[in-house]
Design a protein around this ligand. Structure first.
Ligand SMILES: Cc1cc2nc3c(=O)[nH]c(=O)nc-3n(C[C@H](O)[C@H](O)[C@H](O)COP(=O)(O)O)c2cc1C
Length: 333
């Protein structure tokens, strides 16, 4: 596999194999989940760097789904009006954009009700009707994402948020159907999202929970097979979220999980985690350890990394970017 080659996933064709993973900006200063000029500028800048795609930061599907009071939402018209501007600007740069749909569960720091699989201090254990209401919120969010013209949606099943809380034996000891099948909530959400979005649906999973009694990569192939059967197009492999001690991260620290799931499933896999150099990217793709590579912090600090790389290897022409940017990139002094 080569980095600068087109790749078809579901009904989408990405121009190259590099994506931007979802990264919260925590900059909704109005605390209403509405994006502002900063968000538009931020995503437009990332788009001008011409990654294959951008995944917009975790965006709440309802008012108790926010991670923090500074996070985006998609559940009211004012929020959607500003999201439309982000999508249109990114598309204007010729880049694809997806949106990560999230419910933070008991990791909601917004200050309103905190819900989770089980009753706990300050946490309301969800009953079946409340669970169904959240499934509907995802369904609506997927429908709006389609209306707003996002190229794909990503269901946030990782990092210890609501879906991960239901998936994990660390946080789900329910004695009903949602405890017998800890994947049920993810399956129900996936089903409605696939139906409503009618396009490419990604799911992000924490393939290692860093706790002896938590989930490990070997637990995921059956889950991913079920997601494939439900119509999911690609999987983003991350880790952690419910761990008690901090995660030790080092270059490529999550790639073993991505490689394992690439070998043991047949959905396209996104790998991520302190991947920062041309050499690392080329080696991962040569070995076919995953299909798509996500560069997070690397592209935050260096959004034009891919343009400079292409220029260096003679794969950037004047017509690929606006003239002023070409003059900035194509300079060797
Ligand atoms: C500022 C910041 C915000 C993040 N927000 C999200 C998020 O909204 N959703 C998510 O799934 N991961 C989030 N992450 C994790 C990243 O998507 C990515 O997996 C992680 O940074 C590792 O990749 P990297 O080493 O290339 O940055 C965030 C990371 C950072 C640095």
């Amino acid at each position: 596999m080569k980095v600068f080659e087109k790749v078809k996933i579901g009904n989408l064709t990405f121009d190259n194999r590099i994506g931007v993973p979802p990264m919260c900006t925590y900059l909704c200063e109005t605390h209403d989940g509405v994006a502002n000029d900063f968000h538009t500028a931020h995503y437009t800048t990332l788009a001008m760097g011409q990654p294959g795609f951008i995944t917009q930061e975790a965006t709440a599907v309802n008012e108790h789904g926010h991670i923090s009071e500074n996070c985006l939402g998609i559940y009211n018209p004012r929020q959607r009006e500003m999201l439309k501007r982000i999508v249109d600007n990114v598309h204007h740069c010729g880049t694809k954009i997806g949106i990560q749909l999230n419910h933070a569960g008991f990791k909601n720091l917004f200050g309103n009700d905190r819900f989770g699989p089980m009753d706990d201090e300050g946490v309301i254990g969800l009953n079946v009707n409340q669970i169904q209401a959240i499934v509907h919120d995802f369904e609506y969010a997927a429908m709006w994402a389609r209306e707003l013209n996002y190229d794909f949606i990503e269901i946030h099943g990782a990092h210890g948020y609501l879906i991960n809380q239901f998936l994990s034996p660390l946080s789900n000891q329910r004695d009903d159907l949602y405890g017998e099948n800890r994947c049920l909530l993810l399956e129900q959400i996936t089903e409605v999202c696939v139906k409503m979005f009618e396009g490419c649906v990604s799911v992000r999973l924490s393939a290692e929970e860093y706790e002896p009694n938590g989930l490990h990569m070997q637990d995921f192939p059956p889950i991913i097979n079920r997601l494939k059967a439900l119509g999911v197009s690609m999987i983003s492999v991350s880790s952690g979220g419910l761990n008690k001690s901090p995660i030790y991260s080092y270059p490529l620290y999550q790639m073993p999980y991505a490689k394992y799931l690439k070998e043991h499933t047949d959905l396209p896999i996104m790998g991520v985690g302190l991947i920062t150099t041309e050499n690392e990217i080329e080696r991962i793709l040569e070995k076919r350890d995953c299909d798509l590579i996500l560069l997070g912090r690397k592209l935050l600090r260096d959004p034009f990394f891919l343009l400079r790389w292409r220029d260096h290897i003679g794969m950037l022409s004047k017509d690929d970017v606006p003239e002023y940017l070409y003059r900035g990139i194509h300079t060797h002094s």
